[in-house]
Design a protein around this ligand. Structure first.
Ligand code: FES
Length: 188
């Protein structure tokens, strides 16, 4: 007589119900909301972070206070930031290098003690003021911030005028924001 064969227990069948039309619409709605939220968050993050890095034109440059020229001396040019640091008896200005006529780059000419544009001959004083030539206005300025050893700061005024420097205080940092340009005044 043969041994009894154990029969495998019948496995319960699993049936997956197809989502109803209402559930399907919920899923679509949920996916759309998740996509919208993702896009909104990505947009906020993009706006929250600066578009320009430090030391890149359009961003902020650190200018070494030890390189600051004496009042009335020739300016210092920072080519990567496209600006000149001009120090007159009235104070410090960060002048945008680009000519206000058609965009050439005026150079500092020591023998004439002024900026001269090689394209059409516009000339500008040490403080960026127009002297002669077809340029319609003074050189533009960037916003500069000077920080002293006591932690106080002074910034380029809204009209682009000079920052008067306090000779009694040690300057610990000079920052030039090349993303904040003040348009030079029209000359008569
Ligand atoms: S671009 Fe400078 S004078 Fe024309």
């Amino acid at each position: 007589m043969s041994a009894p064969v154990a029969r495998a227990a019948a496995r319960p069948s699993i049936q997956v119900a197809a989502p109803s039309r209402r559930e399907f619409l919920y899923y679509i709605w949920g996916a759309s909301m998740a996509l919208l939220l993702g896009q909104t968050s990505a947009g906020l993050i993009w706006f929250a972070f600066p578009r320009f890095k430090e030391g890149e034109f359009g961003g902020t440059f650190a200018f070494n206070p030890e390189e600051l020229p004496n009042a009335g001396a020739a300016p210092v040019t920072v080519a990567s930031g496209r600006f000149h640091i001009s120090h007159t008896p009235e104070g410090l200005r960060a002048l945008y290098q680009v000519c206000t006529h058609l965009g050439c780059l005026p150079k500092w000419v020591p023998t004439n003690f002024r900026f001269e544009c090689p394209c059409h001959g516009s000339k500008f004083e040490l403080n960026g003021a127009w002297i002669e030539g077809p340029a319609p206005r003074n050189l533009d300025r960037f916003i500069a911030t000077v920080t002293y050893a006591d932690g106080s700061t002074v910034e380029t005024p809204a009209d682009g005028g000079p920052i008067p420097l306090d000779p009694e205080q040690e300057i610990t940092s000079i920052q030039i924001d090349t993303g904040a340009r003040i348009v030079g005044e029209l000359h008569p």
